[in-house]
Design a binder for this molecule. Structure first.
Ligand SMILES: [Mg+2]
Length: 330
């Protein structure tokens, strides 16, 4: 789960910073040249930290607690969408989350991509409990996104991260179409699911075509964000840097697509040189919130940036050896 959070937050921050800084091109990024640090993270990371903190502290999602955690830690400078800001402000004023989230889009509830952007580490947490992934992902999404498509996007991402974590534990590399099938098998039908089926048909196509047909989050909806992330994660499951670069090259809501893909792929690759989350990228990412580091240290005994600890738990004593499938202890 913590590897997935690293992948999510690094994807979020690089996906946010790269289009703004523009000091390097996508070709340079592909060659390993990245923007100058620090890379500031956005709402994806802030909310994902709250999800992970709940799992570390409680072992599951309690919706009233999660809604208050989101609202109390809400930082308006983190690029939240307008509806999310309204919902957070209402919950902070004492309105119950179900009423606040239910008021979005004239009572339909939000089908934005916010439930999906923060959920990958939850999927990794339940990698060995596939039956629980869906229920917990639904709970985590509903506190802000009550529309069925907003929930479906979160469920798809959690299922993908869980499948990635299971593959890591089992030492297998699922082929892209099988990976997407594993998500679809447990996903309720709807527009998001239909487009994920289309993503499966596009396996092997150029990334530009997949992005054009599936969307890259320009409408910031679950439906036009999550299907492309399934395509990228399935295609580059064993190559974190290429997966993130593909999201950034595709454009659109690239901090969100990179956060989603980064969270899924890192659940498989872990961190480290070569195909994992590069340690230099983690070092370039703005530090995670102080309140989160405190909870992480208390609950996991893992200090931020502890390379030896990280390598030990990822089964890579030298840091440069090929990835060896292993499980995280939480
Ligand atoms: Mg964002």
């Amino acid at each position: 789960m913590l590897d997935s959070l690293d992948g999510l937050s690094v994807g979020d921050s690089l996906g946010q910073v790269f289009p703004i800084v523009r000091r390097s091109t996508v070709a340079e990024l592909r060659a390993g040249s990245v923007p100058p640090a620090p890379w500031g993270w956005t709402d994806d990371t802030e909310m994902a930290c709250s999800v992970v903190a709940e799992l570390l502290e409680r072992g599951g999602i309690e919706q009233d607690r999660l809604a208050l955690a989101f609202a109390n830690r809400f930082d308006a400078g983190r690029d939240y969408g307008w509806w999310a800001q309204q919902t957070m402000n209402k919950v902070r004023r004492g309105v119950h989350w179900r009423k606040a989230a239910g008021a979005v889009y004239n009572g339909e509830g939000s089908c934005g991509n916010g439930g999906a952007m923060r959920v990958a580490p939850l999927g990794a947490f339940y990698a060995d409990k596939p039956d629980r992934v869906v229920a917990e992902a639904v709970r985590s999404a509903q506190v802000t996104h009550l529309h069925p498509e907003g929930v479906a996007g979160a469920v798809a991402v959690a299922l993908a991260a869980a499948h990635a974590g299971r593959a890591r534990i089992g030492g297998t590399r699922p082929v892209p179409a099988e990976f997407i099938t594993a998500v679809l098998e447990r996903l309720e039908d709807g527009e998001t699911a239909q487009l994920i089926r289309r993503a499966r048909e596009l396996v092997g196509a150029p990334a530009e075509r997949a992005a054009e047909e599936l969307g890259t989050g320009i409408r910031v909806l679950s439906q036009d964000t999550v299907p492309f992330t399934m395509w990228v994660a399935a295609t580059y499951l064993d190559d974190y840097p290429t997966a993130i670069t593909t999201c950034i090259a595709a454009g659109g809501d690239s901090d969100t697509t990179s956060a989603i893909v980064g969270g899924i792929v890192a659940a498989y690759t872990g961190g480290g040189a070569g195909t994992g989350v590069p340690e230099s990228w983690i070092a370039s990412r703005e530090a995670l919130p102080a309140w989160f580091e405190q909870i992480r240290e208390t609950r996991s005994g893992r200090k931020p940036g502890s390379g030896l600890f990280r390598r030990w738990f990822s089964g890579r004593p030298g840091g440069g050896d090929p990835p060896r499938p292993t499980r995280e202890p939480w």
